[in-house]
Design a protein around this ligand. Structure first.
Ligand code: ACO
Length: 347
């Protein structure tokens, strides 16, 4: 059976750099606190009106397509991973299809937060392996800066996230490529890292009270003043709970991929963990006893770009000459849901 290879890769980050000290303008925080707890020195914020999740994704996609040597019209399937879409619906996939003037191909939107790229890669791998598609464009992009609580109330989460996009073109190959992908979830902790509104959950008690509400009250159900006062329109996170689970699941899912392929941690040429937090990546490195040159991190420059963090890091590592043909590359992610996953590739 044919395998799936990454034929082209691209990334885009907005020009606007926001340092930890810049954030002090809005909230009670410090460069020392952020660097010590997360490893982040700065992140990028998209232009408020001129850049969107889709427009950043298009910039990354154009580079990936050019490196793969194909045009947008040759793409036969789009997968778009994001948790910060331009619209509540439709998803970014169709916006990308329109803006890049692609054929009337399928466009699939993936919303698995930090694991979005791994989930998307796994889906693309199945389509390529079965021969259904030959040129899949996978784009992961986030514009977090549009919806973070920049007051002191939201400082535990707002300092972590940044904006950016990564993209890959996936094609069939007879040798190497993706060896295996591994996906997991545990919804028992869905609310530990979540953005609750706008969401239909708020209406769960509607039935019994429905009769007594007038139209104005009904309209407020979707996004009421109370929801905004309670910061339910911003991401919420129990940071320590995320940290504790992440340091268990990251090594576990990396070992799952290695064992499936009869390989050891020492065989990995480069591990690219989702850039959630440098402390998590360091813990994983220590647990698997990986050398510094076996792990690539760039969170200090971009913060956590959720679905986009792995393709951005992969692209930077490749551009820096840290990935050579034949190298064993391990990608791993953990995030909201909880969802987590890994992919092992022979470059
Ligand atoms: N600046 C200064 N102080 C802060 C900040 C900030 N930005 N944020 C929180 N604090 C304070 C808290 O208010 C608290 O103060 P208190 O002791 O007076 O109450 C103190 O710092 C400690 O707060 P904790 O939340 O216990 O801090 P912790 O050491 O756990 O670090 C952090 C917080 C960095 C969020 C950590 O829990 C973490 O990294 N967790 C993993 C989170 C993560 O990686 N999320 C992303 C992964 S999933 C995804 O990518 C979607």
């Amino acid at each position: 059976m044919q395998q799936t290879k990454i034929a082209g890769i691209g990334m885009y980050v907005p020009a606007h750099i926001v340092t930890n000290n810049d954030l002090k303008e809005f909230m009670d925080t410090s460069d020392e606190w952020i660097q010590e707890r997360t490893g982040i020195k700065e992140r990028r914020y998209a232009h408020r009106t001129e850049e969107t999740t889709t427009s950043m994704g298009i910039k990354a996609a154009a580079i990936a397509l050019q490196r793969a040597g194909i045009t947008a019209q040759e793409v036969d399937f789009i997968i778009f991973a994001t948790l910060s879409p331009d619209y509540y619906f439709p998803g970014c996939g169709v916006l990308l299809q329109r803006e890049m003037k692609m054929k009337e191909i399928g466009a699939l939107d993936i919303r698995n937060q930090c694991s979005g790229f791994i989930y998307a890669l796994s889906v693309a791998d199945q389509f390529i392996k079965t021969g259904m598609y030959k040129n899949i464009l996978l784009v992961a992009s986030e514009k977090h800066s549009f919806g973070l609580d920049f007051s002191t109330r939201g400082r535990n989460i707002s300092v972590i996230f940044g904006d950016g996009a990564g993209a890959v073109v996936l094609q069939p190959t007879q040798k190497q490529g993706i060896l295996s992908t591994h996906l997991h979830s545990d919804g028992s902790a869905a609310e530990v890292l979540a953005m609750f509104n706008p969401g239909t959950h708020a209406n769960h008690w509607l039935d019994e009270k429905l009769a007594s509400f007038d139209d104005a009250e009904m309209g407020q159900m979707f996004m009421s003043h109370a929801m905004i006062d309670n910061a339910e329109n911003f991401p919420n996170m129990d940071g320590p709970a995320v940290f504790k689970k992440a340091i268990i699941k990251f090594p576990e899912v990396i070992m799952e991929a290695l064992e499936k392929n009869n390989l050891q941690p020492t065989d990995i040429n480069l591990l690219i963990p989702h850039q959630a937090n440098l402390r998590i990546a360091q813990f994983v490195q220590q647990k698997l006893q990986l050398k510094d040159e076996q792990v690539f991190n760039n969170i200090e420059k971009y913060g956590n770009t959720t679905a986009a963090s792995i393709p951005i890091a992969l692209c930077e590592a490749w551009e820096a000459g840290k990935i050579k043909e034949g190298d064993l590359i391990c990608l791993a992610a953990f995030g909201s849901g909880f969802t987590w996953g890994s992919a092992l590739l022979r470059w």
